[in-house]
Structure formats: C-alpha cells, structure tokens
Design a protein around this ligand. Structure first.
Ligand code: TRP
Length: 454
C-alpha cells in the first residue's frame, strides 16, 4: 500500500522535495519581514538569535511535520487520526492547521495580486512616471490597494495561476515548477544584490542589517525572532505534513529539513542585502511590510533613473511574485489534498472548490482593506484581523499541537523509525530531536502564544 501511494503521489527525488519545500518557505516573510525586523532588533545580534531559533526550533518543527506526514501518508486531519486511532481529539490539530492555511492563502492572494499589478506597472513604466515623489507614490498605493476592482482582478488571476500548477500534480506541477522557479529566484536576487551593493553609500545598509547591537535586542526582539523563524519556515499549519507525505521513503528527513532551513535563511539574508543598501543609498528610511515593498522601493528604483529603474523594479516584483507563487502553491496543495482525500473525488474538483472559496474570502479581505474598511472585528479591519490571525495567533497553536502529539502521544519508536528510516540510518541526533520536541519547543511555543495575548 505504502509503496503504491508513494510512487504515484510523491516527489521524484530528494532534490525535488527540497525545492518544493523551499518554495513554500521562501515567501513574503523572507523579503519584506525578515530584513526589516533584523535591522530593527539589533542586526547581527538578532541574526544570531534567529539562527538559533531557526535551526533549533523551526527546523525541528518542520522535521516533526515531515515525520507525521511520511509516517501516515495522509493529509493533516487523517494523519493524526491514523497515527493515534484511539485518541480522536488530536485530529483537531489538523483541522486548526487547515483553517490557518485557508486564511493565509486568502491573505497571500490579495498581496500577490498587488505584486502582479505592480509588476505590470513597473514593466510598462507607469511606476517610473512617479519619480521620487514620495507622496505621489504612497497616494498611488493607497488608492490602488483600497480600490474595489483592480486588486480583485489581479488576485483572481494569481489564484488561477496557482490552481493550474496544482492541477499538474505533485511531480509535474509542484515539483517541476519549483525546480525552475527557485533557481530563477536566486539568480534575480543575486542580480539585485549586486546592483544594491554597488550603489554609493551601500555600506550603511549593510551596517543596519548586520552590525550587532545587543542593546536593541529586547525581549520583544527575541520573541519576534522565534515567531519569524516559524512563519518563515511555513510550520504550524500542516503544509509540511502534506509535503512530508510526498517525500520518498529513502530520504533522510533530518538532512532535508536542514537544507530547507539553511536555504530559507540564506534567501532571507540575501533579500536584506538586496534591499537595505539601496534604501540607505538613496537616503530613505528603512521599513517593513507593504510600506517597504510598495512605497519605499518604487522610489528607490526610480532614483536609479530611466531604463535601469524600470528594469530593476520589474526584476524585483517578478521575484516577489515568484516567492509568493510557490508559497501559495503549497497552501493550495495542502487544502486540495485534504479535500481530495476527504471526498475521494477528482483532483480538479477538489482544487476548483477550494480555489473558488479562497477567491471569495480573498475578495472580502481585499474589500476589508478598502471599501469596507469601516467594518471592524475586535477593533481592527478585516484585513488586519486576518493578518493577526495568520502571523500571531494560529501558527503557534498548530505547532504546539503538533509537537505535543509527536512528543507525548505517538510512541517514541515511531519517531526513531522515521528519523532512521527503519534503522538504516544512524540518526545520532535522535535524542536531541526528541528532547526538543518534548520540552524545548512546547515551552517556547507556549511563551510565544501567551505573550501574543498580552
Ligand atoms: N513561509 C512563508 C513566508 O516566509 C509564509 C507562510 C507561513 C507560508 N506559513 C505558510 C507559506 C504555509 C506557505 C505555506 O512568507
């Protein structure tokens, strides 16, 4: 049974699995969140803490999801059910994960739509016409992102694109696309880095990013590092359970997780090097999030002048679109695979149902940022509410459920079996991994979650 499912529904190789998972992990978080919070909380000092969390905890969370996925060969809800048939309640960890995926994808569609729209604005020279007029640029962004029609059209286009990849299947869709897009992303990023580093005064940006300032590393910064490590590695929502079920049985899961974590971190750092030297070079203030991407950077590109500005702006928005697409693919795959398994229907029906539902919710999120911005949930707009759910509240809970399940519910032989591939690998790291899963990760996640409520 196991081998037949693995042959039809799995990545063809270890490299394919790594590319797909890196595609999931590398997203908006790497490009607009990491560089900014790194600078804000002490540069090199923050980086040090981030590396410890990413490799110590984030990577272990990813490994845990891979173990659950590959062991069960099921999607999130059934995975928990089948591994602990007598303790049905754990299936809700899977349910929570899918809900998180659903909301993250809705938000991703909106922002990816903005990215596609800006890519067209860049390549057609429309962005360039605004020059370095900060007011004009931010007025344009506010006008566009709060308008009713244009963002909706672009989010739908992006959603259809994502669905087409999913319809291609695990190997010919997800894996094939990731194997092409990930190298392209790195090349584009390197081109931007070279441009950024050769601008006058670039060193100030590097200083902002890397020079360690322990006085800026507050408790808040330490928590931000942990939250960012988890968000950036796409853990806590079951996506890696689904990808784990596609990883070949002979694959060394520990090594695979390490490669993914290293690549994700490397790309986040490269993004910082591509962005901040350029920002400082033209005398702008550093920022993160949409403000950085859609207001600060267009002005930076325009300062490069004429054709050069147009070229680099186009490269940047293409890069951002690629990063977002491969993340959206993994989210849609997790949801579609779950529906496919639950309803036992065709892949295209499952994908169609999910994407239509996603577009509907994404339209609400988009309008919540504009026309409906007066409508508030817990005092904030729908858009901000979804953002908080996705980045602060839901993922730590899902991750907590996952490690508690693996550390305390599943018999320990199962973890050892998966890490050592049924005893064929030595897996010397097993005791350390188990200790982190049972103690370190749950405590850290609890702290993150409780502090998010304060
Ligand atoms: N890792 C993505 C980023 O850095 C964001 C993200 C979080 C994500 N969870 C996910 C992407 C699940 C895909 C699937 O931007």
């Amino acid at each position: 049974m196991q081998s037949s499912k693995q042959s039809t529904n799995s990545f063809s190789s270890s490299l394919g699995a790594i590319m797909a998972a890196v595609g999931s992990a590398v997203g908006l978080g790497n490009i607009w969140r990491f560089p900014y919070i790194c600078g804000k909380y002490g540069g090199g000092a923050f980086l040090l803490v981030y590396l410890c969390f990413a490799f110590g905890i984030g990577m272990t969370l990813m490994l845990s999801e891979f173990v659950i996925g590959r062991r069960s060969l099921h999607t999130p809800v059934k995975a928990f059910e089948s591994l602990a048939p007598k303790r049905k309640g754990w299936r809700y960890v899977g349910v929570l994960g899918l809900i998180t995926c659903f909301f993250i994808l809705a938000q991703y569609l909106v922002i990816s739509g903005w990215t596609v729209s800006y890519f067209f604005d860049a390549i057609t020279g429309r962005l360039a016409t605004m020059g370095q007029n900060a007011t004009a640029i931010s007025d344009y962004f506010n006008g566009f992102s709060t308008s009713a029609l244009r963002p909706v059209i672009f989010l739908a286009v992006f959603a259809v694109l994502t669905a087409i990849v999913i319809l291609g299947g695990v190997q010919k869709g997800i894996e094939a696309v990731s194997k092409v897009l990930m190298p392209v992303l790195v090349v584009l990023l390197v081109v931007l880095c070279v441009r950024s580093l050769t601008l006058p005064g670039a060193s100030k940006g590097l200083e902002y990013l890397f020079s360690p300032d322990f006085s800026k590393l507050t408790a808040e910064g330490v928590l931000a590092a942990l939250g960012q490590a988890m968000f950036s590695l796409s853990v806590g929502m079951g996506v890696m359970i689904v990808y784990g079920s596609y990883i070949p049985v002979s694959d060394n899961l520990f090594r695979t997780s390490m490669w993914i974590t290293a690549s994700d971190t490397f790309i986040a750092i490269l993004a910082g090097v591509a962005i901040f030297p350029a920002v400082f070079s033209c005398g702008m203030e550093p920022a993160g999030g949409p403000g950085l991407t859609f207001c600060v950077l267009p002005s930076v590109f325009n300062s490069m002048g004429g054709v050069m500005g147009t070229i680099f702006a186009s490269i940047f928005f293409l890069l951002l679109g690629i990063a977002a697409l491969t993340s959206a693919i993994s989210l849609l795959e997790a949801l579609s695979a779950w529906l496919l398994e639950t309803l036992r229907t065709h892949r295209w029906i499952a994908t169609l149902v999910i994407i239509v539902a996603e577009i509907a919710v994404a339209v609400v999120v988009s309008l919540g940022n504009g026309v409906w911005s007066d409508f508030h949930i817990t005092g904030i707009t729908i858009f901000d509410f979804v953002d908080r759910l996705n980045s602060i509240y839901l993922p730590p809970l899902g991750a907590l459920g996952t490690v508690l399940f693996l550390g305390w519910v599943l018999p320990s032989d199962e973890l050892r079996d998966e890490l050592s591939n049924q005893g064929t690998l030595r897996a010397v790291y097993y005791p350390a991994v188990r200790f982190i899963i049972r103690w370190v990760a749950p405590l850290a996640l609890l702290v993150v979650f409780v502090s998010s409520l304060l």
